[in-house]
Structure formats: structure tokens, C-alpha cells
Design a protein around this ligand. Structure first.
Ligand SMILES: [Zn+2]
Ligand SMILES: [Zn+2]
Length: 216
């Protein structure tokens, strides 16, 4: 499948001054990895995430612009919320269509909540639907992986005696869900999680503690 078949012939992009958006042909994306960004202005976690994503996108743009792009899929309910929100975004957008296309695309890729980033190969095959989490854990390293057609997180089968920590990734090797014993920092803002294998390689400034067991 091509991006034009998936998204239609036209997308929106800001002009150079950033004041207006222009129609561009979807086939400008051909050959790239793209991330569909499902997001809405009414959703506080989305509004929180958008500036972080925009910063990473701008930082990596020179390096990755021929390989990677993002398309905003609006989950807003009216054109004016779409317009206001899209102003903050340095990437492309699917034109607003009363939520119809976002619903169809969301169902196609099993999007269960927003914000969501669904990363697709140039042939529209899903690389990962965990884009938001991968960005949270690894920032621009995630974009590097995606532009090479790879996801950042990996997984393995747990043994019977091993814990499985849902929604948690190892900060060093990106095992997700984290399996086995989990180590973290008592300073919550540090936001570090390590698997048993990575523990000896850790250079974290604070002493780490082992979590007891996952919440049921
Ligand atoms: Zn690890
Ligand atoms: Zn710490």
C-alpha cells in the first residue's frame, strides 16, 4: 500500500513563514518512514506531548528529513481546534474531516488512546504503535531507529518464574515489557528502570533499589 492510498492525495504543510498551511501532494512522503500522530487539542496529555515531539523533530530534521516524517491525524471535533493545534506542529497534517478519517485510521491501526504515534514503513507496514512510549524512554534515539525501519522496544518470552512489568521499558536495552527483576531510583523524577542484565552497566548517580513485584 502507498501513503496516497492510505491517506488520500493531499496533505497540509505550513509555508516557510509558518503563518499559513498549503496543500502538498502525499506522494512527497514516498520512500520515507512516517509516524501517524493521533492527537487532539482537548486532550491534556496530548498538549503536553506535542511540544516535546516538536523539539525532537526539529533537532533531528536536518539529519532525517529525507528518511522520516510525521503526519498529524486530528482527533479534534472542529476545524478551528484543528487549525489552532496544527499551528504548533512543524510537520504535515491530514486535512480536517469531522473526525471521520481519524476514526477509520485509528481502527485500522488499533489505536486505543491518544496521544498515539503509529510508525509505518514506506510500504505502510506497521513498525511500532508504541511511538509515544519509545519517545518518552529514548527521545531522538527512537526516531533514529524508526528511520532505519526498526522499532526501539524489543521483547522476549518470560520464564514461568519471572515477573512481567507491563508499560515499563528498560532504560538501557529497551526490553519492553521489562521482564524479571526491575531496578529503579528512589527519586521519582529520575525515571529510570533497569532490567537485571543491564544493572551492572548502570552509571546512575543515585543508588538503585529493586521493585518488589508488579501491581496486579
Ligand atoms: Zn536492560
Ligand atoms: Zn536517580
Amino acid at each position: 500500500m502507498t501513503f496516497s492510498e492510505l491517506l488520500g492525495e493531499k496533505l497540509l504543510q505550513h509555508n516557510e513563514s509558518g503563518n499559513e498551511s498549503n496543500e502538498i501532494s502525499t506522494n512527497q512522503l514516498d520512500g520515507k518512514t512516517i509516524a501517524l500522530y493521533f492527537s487532539a487539542h482537548w486532550c491534556p496529555p496530548c498538549r503536553n506531548f506535542t511540544p516535546k515531539l516538536a523539539e525532537i523533530f526539529k533537532e533531528t530534521h536536518n539529519e532525517l528529513k529525507d528518511k522520516f516524517d510525521i503526519v498529524f491525524i486530528s482527533c479534534d471535533e472542529d476545524q478551528s481546534s484543528f487549525d489552532e493545534y496544527f499551528k504548533e506542529m512543524p510537520w504535515k497534517a491530514l486535512p480536517f474531516s469531522d473526525g471521520n478519517s481519524s476514526t477509520i485510521l485509528g481502527e485500522k491501526f488499533n489505536v486505543e488512546g491518544i496521544p498515539a504515534l503509529v510508525v509505518l514503513s514506506p510500504t505502510c507496514d506497521k513498525i511500532t504503535a508504541d511511538g509515544v512510549e519509545e519517545i518518552r524512554v529514548a527521545s531522538k534515539k527512537a526516531l533514529d531507529q524508526w528511520s532505519q525501519g526498526k522499532r526501539l522496544f524489543w521483547s522476549r518470552e518470560p520464564r514461568e518464574d519471572e515477573y512481567v512489568w507491563e508499560d515499563t521499558a528498560c532504560s538501557l536495552c529497551y526490553l519492553s515489557p521489562l521482564i524479571g527483576s526491575r531496578h529503579g531510583c528512589t527519586h521519582k523524577e529520575c525515571n529510570i528502570d533497569l532490567c537485571q542484565t543491564c544493572l551492572p552497566n548502570n552509571k546512575h548517580e543515585h543508588p538503585l533499589v529493586e521493585y518488589l513485584m508488579p501491581k496486579k
